[in-house]
Design a protein around this ligand. Sequence first.
Ligand code: ADP
Ligand code: MG
Length: 266
Amino acid sequence: MVARLVARGVCHTYPGGVRALDGVDVELAAGEVLVVIGPNGSGKSTLLRCLAGLLHASAGTITLDGAPVASLPARQRARAMAVVPQYLPALPDLKVVDFVLGGRYAHARRFAFGRSEDLALARAALGRADAAQWAERTMNELSGGQRQRVLFARALAQDARLVLFDEPTSSLDPEHQLAAFESIASLSRGQGASLVVTHDLNLASQFATRILLLADGKAVATGSVSDILRPSVLEPVYGRCLHFGRIESGGASRPFVLPWSGGPVQ
Ligand code: ADP
Ligand code: MG
């Protein structure tokens, strides 16, 4: 079944009074790689957590295939939607393969968790994230980038139609940044879809099917790569700290955007 996530007028205010989201509309449909960009503190992670049902929006509606996300039983939600957090607040003292096996929990029949089939899927997911070499180590022995690849593997093992990623490549080397986005693109073909929060505008340029720009808890722009990665849209939000150019390759032309000291290069 094709999954469709629709959010309308989502607001969130944290205890203490910070209004992190202020009336955001988002839709995620099969085949999309929706990249969410925006400055630090603009509400990206809060939006992702509300969409995933991990945080209750203080106003607005969020539905998955027409049903309110917050009302779905956790296992049903996890079969439909996987979340890749930016980092784990506390690192489990667990073997990597067991941590990834946890991604299979929502699929397990009662009393059948950890079947050899689930273990094989967990090992395959580690392989797809190029993390199989750490399967027998514990999570807290890994570097930041290694952990990020294991978090990615756990989401692959979960085998959900929608995957929400929070800065999934922030600690990865260039080869694995590209590999991660290639995996995201392949998850999003056919019936799947992904929402990816990132600061990497150049990976967004190569892989986004649509970009949503957040600023101060509001969706200030949404559109194609070339609609969004342009000075008239980004400079009002990020300031004059970017250099814009284009890369021609294989008959296509894509924008690139670099953080650049001294403002735009003439
Ligand atoms: P982003 O992911 O875009 O950097 P966040 O969604 O994490 O931004 O944060 C949005 C705003 O909400 C920021 O001002 C941040 O300080 C605040 N915030 C985030 N998490 C909490 C929290 N647990 N309690 C209070 N305020 C929070
Ligand atoms: Mg964040």
